[in-house]
Design a protein around this ligand. Structure first.
Ligand code: GLA
Length: 629
């Protein structure tokens, strides 16, 4: 009984921990760290797992510089799991495994230091990243138990994670050692329950899991946020200039896909990538519907690249390009994860592709939005800072397939020519009017930029610029797993259970050109190809470009709504002032036009306010054709 009560409490807390529905009058997102565009670099993990050495890291760093990859943007050299020897008993100072990192053997009262290593990377014009865990123990201690590189000593000496040492470790890593980037994993919270062999045998201290992969309700969302909040405060103390990157690594659990933006510079949305095509697609799917949760300074992270490995090696350049193209259209961090000292020139060229990187790194920071999807094919469109679009056409299958791109997908005028440029070939790819057919090779993703006349004479749809939106309140009352993530079998798992069931919360969050539950937008039979789908009660903050004149939308309760009895009113606030609102509206009432003058307004808030309870479930609302002139 007590157990059930505790779980109910967790669920209630998860629902409560939202921002108020009342307008804030300001952009509420406060960046954690600095990354105006998605972070780029190299990480040791996908290349070497825990089998790292200083030499291996420096060898790849050398290639990064010499091959021009650094000049292309890959600057952060990140040491992942495996660098540590122990936490010194006398004072808790972390000690480095000098057998692997010889330059750390400085002696004296410090014992070891990664400062010489960091200085070396800095001298090469690079940045330096390190890895730790938010709990007491790390992932390798749970999952690479046979490695000779695991921390040594007593229980306390082997507790190398941040728990209990946040301020001390952050001061060491970001202060004394001068790292620029920290990845903070979560195995300490998930993998040291009594049921684990290493805990049962007494090798590690028990930590009752507060993150349960595969079950949203068994996980302590607020408790996990509190720990990352402590980390955020320690970082502020050590690096008041906010000049770092904090990578939150919680594999899409504990609803991190919704709150990661407030606690990290980037946050993992899914379990670990592997060098298989299906796993890569799984990871991509976990970001593809999260367009409103990313933007400059905050990035959805589908995990590090596998280009150069397995299904993406030098013999599979189509798959490698697809992987890179998907990450670019998603504005995902680009972390190379292969041993670059062994990479072929073709792979290095692929990683360097300037027009593909430019799409990923576009300064507007909008994530691509799904313009078309079935189980086999997808079209994603990303608005670029100069008004052009990047468009990715993706064949998810192992056969050739046909696909038609239309002006409407691009939100462009179907009567005017649209010029395409192939981002891989770096060559113009002709122009079309209205529609163009493509044939895609197995697993191929074509990537273009497109220039044409916008379908709106003056202005744009809010759904085209998701990076300008902050989801202050999503309206989700009970966390539910997202059912539309490709259910690949993890490379380390087997089919000896009932099936793979991804359990990533966030289902029900607002979506561009779709309802929160992945249906077409429609109000009393009137369909909207453009718009925002959300739940009541929700509040979206939307940054406006200078010179914005008017906001207009056709609003109503969406035809796909679950709750069909309670009413919802729609409000637009400008810089905290109510500009316009509708009366309460119900299911099956026609959409109403809602419009507001915006002269001089910098930020609007779109509020869908529910009146009364609805036992049938959340009310789905549509901001049809929501647009700014
Ligand atoms: C977890 C992370 C990986 C990697 C390993 C290190 O699995 O998700 O990215 O850092 O831990 O052990």
């Amino acid at each position: 009984m007590k157990h059930i009560a505790v779980l109910a409490l967790f669920a209630a807390l998860a629902a409560q921990a939202q921002q108020p529905l009342a307008p804030s009058g300001r952009w509420s997102h406060q960046p954690v760290g600095t990354a105006p565009t998605p972070p780029m670099g190299w990480s040791s993990w996908n290349a070497f797992r825990v089998d790292i050495t200083e030499q291996k890291v420096l060898d790849s760093a050398r290639v990064i510089v010499d091959s021009g990859l650094a000049a292309a943007g890959y600057r952060s050299i990140n040491v992942d799991d495996g660098w540590w020897l122990k936490r010194r008993a006398s004072d808790g100072r972390m000690q480095v495994r000098t057998g692997l990192f010889p330059s750390a053997a400085i002696g004296g009262d410090k014992g070891t230091s990664l400062r010489p290593f960091v200085d070396r990377l800095h001298a090469m014009g690079l940045k330096a990243g390190l890895y730790t865990d938010i709990g007491r123990n790390a992932c390798s201690q749970a999952y690479d138990a046979d490695s000779p590189n695991l921390p040594e000593g007593t229980h306390a000496e082997r507790e190398v994670g941040l728990m209990g040492f946040v301020d001390q470790d952050v001061a060491l890593y970001f202060g004394e050692w001068n790292f620029d980037y920290l990845k903070v994993d979560g195995c300490g919270l998930s993998s040291y329950g009594r049921d684990r062999a290493q805990v049962a045998s007494g090798q590690y201290r028990e930590f009752k899991p507060t993150i349960v992969e595969g079950n949203i309700n068994q996980s302590d969302v607020e408790g996990t946020k509190r720990l990352y909040d402590g980390l955020k405060r320690a970082l502020r103390k050590t690096r008041p200039a906010n000049d770092y990157v904090l990578s939150v690594c919680l594999w899409g659990t504990v609803n991190v896909r919704s709150w990661g933006q407030d606690y990290g510079t980037m946050w993992r949305t899914s379990r670990d990538i592997a060098s298989s095509f299906s796993q890569m697609v799984h990871n991509f799917d976990t970001v593809a519907t999260r367009e409103f949760y990313a933007g400059p300074g905050r990035w959805n992270d589908p995990d590090m690249l596998e280009i150069g490995n397995g299904d993406f090696d030098g013999n599979h350049l189509t798959e490698a390009r697809t992987h890179m193209g998907l990450w670019a259209i998603a504005a995902a961090p680009l972390m190379i994860g292969t041993d670059l000292s062994k990479a072929s020139p073709a792979l290095i060229d692929l990683l360097k592709a300037p027009e593909v990187i430019a799409i990923d790194q576009d300064p507007a920071g909008h994530q691509g939005v799904i313009a078309y999807a079935d189980s086999d094919r997808q079209i994603l469109v990303k608005t670029l800072a100069d008004g052009r679009k990047a468009v990715l056409l993706f064949n998810r299958t192992a056969s050739t397939t046909k696909l038609t791109l239309t002006a409407e997908h691009l939100k462009m005028d179907a009567t005017a020519p649209i010029a395409l440029r192939d981002a891989w070939a770096r060559a113009d790819a002709g122009s079309f009017t209205g529609r163009r057919d493509f044939e895609l090779q197995p697993r191929e993703a074509l990537l273009f930029t497109a220039a044409g006349r916008h379908v709106l004479a003056r202005g744009y749809f809010v759904s085209e610029r998701p990076g300008d939106v902050y989801v202050a309140r999503d309206g989700i009352r009970a966390l539910e797993p997202d059912p539309i993530v490709y259910r690949s079998l993890a490379s380390w798992a087997a089919t000896d259970n009932g099936g793979t069931r991804p359990a990533y919360a966030g289902w029900g969050g607002p979506r561009a050109d779709s309802t929160p539950y992945d249906q077409a937008l429609g109000v009393k039979g009137r369909l909207f190809r453009h718009g925002i789908g959300a739940l009541a009660d929700s509040r979206l903050e939307v940054k406006l470009p200078a010179g914005s004149q008017r906001f207009t939308a056709s609003v109503g309760v969406d035809d796909s709504t679950r709750g069909r009895t309670a009413a919802v009113s729609f409000e637009i606030h400008g810089d905290g002032r109510l500009l316009a609102k509708t009366p309460p509206m119900k299911f099956n009432q026609p959409a109403r036009e809602l419009s507001a003058e915006l002269r001089g307004v910098k930020l609007i808030e779109l509020i869908a306010r529910q009146h009364g309870a609805d036992t049938a479930g959340p009310i789905v609302v549509t901001w049809g054709e929501a647009r700014i002139e």
